[in-house]
Design a protein around this ligand. Structure first.
Ligand code: ZN
Length: 70
């Protein structure tokens, strides 16, 4: 039981590290990203400054995805 708990904790820790946004500024506006406002794109977590930018990205991820990972 104790082993199972430590494995679960490790998975959660790895998951949260992986979920860190690849960008520090909003790719839509250039403003600092806001914690918790993220979207997934090709296995990467993308951060946004507001839900409006996230919604715009989500409506056309292939267009805006090119701005990621320069
Ligand atoms: Zn924004």
């Amino acid at each position: 039981m104790k082993t199972l708990l430590s494995i679960t904790a490790a998975v959660i820790a790895a998951g949260s590290a992986f979920a860190a946004p690849v960008n520090s500024t909003c790719i839509m506006s250039g403003k600092p990203i806001k914690e918790g406002v993220t979207s997934e794109y090709k296995g990467k977590t993308v951060g946004f400054c507001c839900n409006n930018c996230k919604a715009r990205f989500d409506s056309n991820p292939d267009k805006f995805g090119k701005k990621i990972a320069k």
